[in-house]
Design a binder for this molecule. Structure first.
Ligand SMILES: [Zn+2]
Length: 345
């Protein structure tokens, strides 16, 4: 029998636990490890990265660049880069991103893919772990373009209702729902947007909500619409996500690493930043595990329409925790032991 000692996420929190194997499959148990082990880890289900833009890894933003200057469509630095860079280069960058993501124990990432139908096709062929959420290239939002994107994507995801206007956003939402696919959107990232308008489009989830009021958050909670928080990306732009208020409002919260040009696909530093922001707001930093595990699952399963190449159930990821505490797993850059077998977390 071989053992890995440490902690197991179970029933909403971290508990002391261990994994063991007789050489075939692994199983996870709660309690003290009955034998010595030379490896300590945090055992959780495979991670879901709730929000990415993996195509912009090659953009080199300068410190101090504002949100609009860097990422606003159509002429922010990132969008100029995506227009001017050969697809082969972007495809290569996305493939590397996907490989790094998998090495870090991430089973699936939900990508807001720019570049219309062709952009979605490129991501689909580069990254089997990506849930591909596309957006139109043209500003017209005509049905045939939307249908073309939906023929290859898992759904549609827009930059914001402010960027495209409510009528266009509504057209995209209708097209996605008709195709029985996901509709998602950034909401209230820098300035507050009307949550009633956004929720009327029945998004599977919204991203950011940093400028939202408590009332806006309660409406998301009541509607069962999860919020993806991207704490490191927010920090780059001087934005602090109101995580404690979201949790107090009863929202389902997940984590995302957002733009590849700002943050690599590793949920550990993302979760560490999330926990640090939550702690500074007077919240319980250990809530990060629930958001990481349960929130991630909600984002992935809420749509329930996303066809992933790989099953994420009944697998375990072991994050090394050399410091002997669950928190040390988030500070550690050690190699993740991915998918050690089948478990029952
Ligand atoms: Zn984003």
């Amino acid at each position: 029998m071989r053992y890995i000692g440490g902690f197991v996420y179970s029933e909403g929190r971290m508990r002391r636990g261990y994994a063991r194997t007789d050489g075939a499959e692994w199983s996870v148990e709660i309690g003290d490890c009955p034998a010595g082990t030379d490896f300590q880890g945090v055992m959780i289900p495979p991670l879901v990265n709730g929000h990415t833009h993996c195509a912009d890894a090659g953009v080199r933003p300068e410190r101090g660049m504002g949100l609009l200057e860097l990422v606003a469509p159509p002429d922010g630095l990132k969008h100029r880069y995506l227009r001017e860079t050969p697809p082969a280069v972007i495809g290569r960058d996305m493939r590397r991103y996907g490989e790094e993501s998998r090495e870090n124990g991430i089973a699936a990432f939900l990508d807001f893919r720019e570049g219309g139908e062709a952009g979605c096709r490129l991501l689909r062929s580069a990254c089997p772990d990506a849930a591909v959420l596309g957006r139109p290239l043209s500003g017209s939002f005509d049905q045939s373009e939307l249908d073309g994107i939906l023929s290859v994507s898992d759904g549609l995801a827009l930059s914001s209702v402010t960027d495209v206007g409510p009528p266009n956003a509504g057209r995209a939402a209708d097209a996605a729902h008709r195709a029985e696919k996901v509709f998602a959107i950034h909401a209230s990232e820098r300035t507050r947007e009307d949550i009633d308008t956004i929720l009327s489009m029945e998004p599977a989830f919204v991203v950011h909500m940093a400028a939202a009021t408590d009332g806006d958050m309660r409406k998301c909670a009541d509607a069962g619409v999860p919020i993806v928080v991207c704490a490191r990306s927010n920090r780059f732009f001087g934005i602090v996500p109101p995580i404690k208020r979201m949790l107090n409002a009863g929202c389902d919260v997940a984590l995302g690493t957002d733009n590849a040009m700002l943050c690599g696909p590793d949920m550990r530093p993302e979760a560490a930043e999330f926990a640090s922001v939550l702690s500074a707001q007077g919240g319980d930093p250990s809530d990060v595990w629930r958001c990481l595990v349960e929130g991630g699952k909600k984002i992935l399963n809420q749509p329930s329409l996303i066809a992933l190449a790989k099953k994420t159930e009944e697998e375990i990821v072991v994050l090394p925790c050399p410091g002997g505490s669950p928190e040390s797993a988030l500070a550690s850059g050690g190699a993740v032991r991915p998918l050690i077998g089948r478990g029952s977390i």
